[in-house]
Design a protein around this ligand. Structure first.
Ligand code: BES
Ligand code: MN
Ligand code: ZN
Length: 499
């Protein structure tokens, strides 16, 4: 698909179907955007006559002249935000595709509450591209669906002087949408295709494309090197585990960030096996790893001036004659021992080794992403990522990045009193509490044991990585959550260290 930018007036025939945005009113849209068209009485009457009110993501296709226009609701003027713009673009692009439209144009809106045209353009690009995403590589689409494809989107900037900025923003939006798309593809991919080896191959491909450092440690070596957490989880599986390090190291990097991703390509629970209902969803237990791959790729493509080290533990969690058993004690890379009382609490075991490994890079910050606990789904549902960190500065930065990207985080406490529940009688730690209380926090307390000397934050994405209901720019299935959040964080981090 082609994305172009030009300045001028929305509605020029050569740009395809124009998308007008409508602010919500009581009876009919209060205002049509861009502003200039409000004075277009014919258009006004056409929209009013359709019964359209301008509610967020309401959409109509109306005939106009010899062609069509799309009108999409933006919601109330005082609730205007970049998130509304992302949703508008996603809704518009999907509606256009469903109606067989091939080319459309989107206005770079200028309204109070939206900020610079570049920010609006990036939001439009992200919303449109992410909204059009589909995972259809494994099925044959019927011909009429296959031919329904948006071929070109034109962004119309109001002023000529904005075009250069808007173009850069569109490129950035494209990079981000592509990185999120990569994460979604890996997550939607079934576990017989997206194996630990498959993830390693993706990391290698990204490394080749951007000349990054890449180290993959396969299962036999992990055993020899003492990665006891990963080995314990991986030993029941026929697909060999892979420990993946992807190192983006720009010249004169301003800081170093390590990103650790949980990459359980299928979580059956192991010997502590899960119920079979919805077990198929557990292919998404590598969403943290997918977000790390997407983020490192985007950081390299955007040439961010930070060193980013992606660290991924990729393995399945399966029962078999060689699988670890409840009561087994393993020795993690850090030397700390863990009594594995429930083999289904495997994410923390593999992450323990990742976090310890991160220390060798002396990073200025470490963030892990993991679909770690069902308790997080219960606590926060699908609207917020669970954030746990002892570091106020990291918390504040992640919170701001979350607001900006709408990949919102919500902090839970890491008070010392939660710690003792993870102590074992016979080993340094146990991997589950015996009460199940505060499951999201106690899992994080376990991880914290492996973060001495690090500025660390933990993101539990169990509730946000997968969606069962379609949203304006997120189809059902993998969300690809984390990529936009982390890139936004890195941009803010860059600003903070260069000022
Ligand atoms: N991958 C799961 C957590 C999960 C559950 C993610 C539902 C997404 C949706 C994790 O490995 C797990 O099984 N956690 C257990 C921990 C428990 C045994 C302490 C859980 O949450 O039940
Ligand atoms: Mn599990
Ligand atoms: Zn898991």
């Amino acid at each position: 698909m082609r994305l172009t930018v030009r300045s001028g007036r929305l509605g020029d025939v050569r740009d395809g179907v124009p998308v007008f945005a409508a602010l919500e009113g009581e009876q009919r849209p209060e205002r049509l955007l861009p502003l200039s068209v409000t004075r277009d009485q014919a258009l006004r009457r056409l929209v009013d006559g359709s019964g359209f009110r301008g509610a967020a993501n309401e959409v109509v296709l109306l005939p106009r002249g010899s062609g069509w226009i799309l009108v999409v609701g933006l919601g109330k003027a005082k609730e205007l935000s970049l998130e509304r713009v992302r949703q508008l673009a996603g809704t518009a692009a999907k509606a256009a595709r469903a109606r067989g439209v091939k080319r459309l144009s989107l206005p770079v809106l200028r309204e109070q509450g939206l900020g610079a045209p570049a920010a609006v353009a990036q939001a439009l690009t992200e919303g449109a591209l992410l909204g059009l995403y589909r995972y259809d590589k494994l099925k044959k689409l019927p011909p009429h669906e296959r031919s329904r494809r948006i071929e070109a989107i034109t962004l119309i900037a109001e002023r000529r002087g904005e075009v250069a900025d808007v173009k850069r923003a569109v490129e950035k939006g494209q990079v981000l949408a592509e990185a999120v798309g990569l994460a979604r593809d890996l997550i939607n991919g079934p576990s017989n295709i997206v194996t630990p080896t498959h993830l390693a191959n993706h990391a290698r491909a990204i490394a080749r494309q951007f000349r990054l450092g890449c180290r993959v440690i396969p299962f036999p070596q992990l055993k020899r090197l003492g990665f006891g957490g990963i080995v314990g989880v991986a030993q029941g599986s026929a697909h060999p585990a892979q420990f993946i390090v992807l190192d983006y190291r720009p010249p004169r990097a301003k800081a170093t960030l390590a990103l650790c991703g949980k990459g359980i390509t299928f979580d059956s629970g192991g010997i502590s096996i899960k119920p079979s209902a919805k077990m198929e969803q557990m292919k998404y237990d590598m969403s943290g790893a997918a977000a790390v791959l997407g983020t490192v790729k985007a950081a390299a493509a955007l040439k961010l001036p930070l060193r980013i080290v992606g660290i991924i533990a990729a393995t399945e969690n399966l029962p078999s004659g060689t699988a670890q058993k409840p009561g087994d004690v393993l020795k993690t890379l850090s030397g700390k021992t863990v009594e594995v009382l429930n083999t289904d609490a495997e994410g923390r075991l593999v992450l323990a080794d990742c976090l310890h490994y991160a220390k060798r890079y002396k990073p200025d910050g470490v963030i892990d992403l993991a679909t770690l606990t069902g308790a997080c789904v219960v606590a926060l549902g699908s609207e917020a990522i669970g954030l746990m960190t002892p570091d106020e500065r990291l918390a504040a930065r992640l919170n701001q990045a979350g607001k900006a990207t709408y990949e919102r985080v919500w902090r839970l406490p890491l008070w010392a009193e939660y710690g003792p529940a993870m102590k074992s009688d016979i080993a340094d730690l146990r991997n589950v509490t015996n009460t199940g209380e505060a499951g999201t926090i106690t899992a994080a307390k376990f991880l914290q044991e492996f973060t001495e000397g690090l500025r660390w934050a933990h993101l539990d994405i169990a509730g946000t990585a997968w969606t069962e209901k379609e949203r304006p720019y997120v189809p059902k299935g993998a969300v690809g959550v984390g990529v936009r959040l982390l890139i936004e964080l890195m941009e803010r981090w860059t600003k903070a260290v260069t000022e």
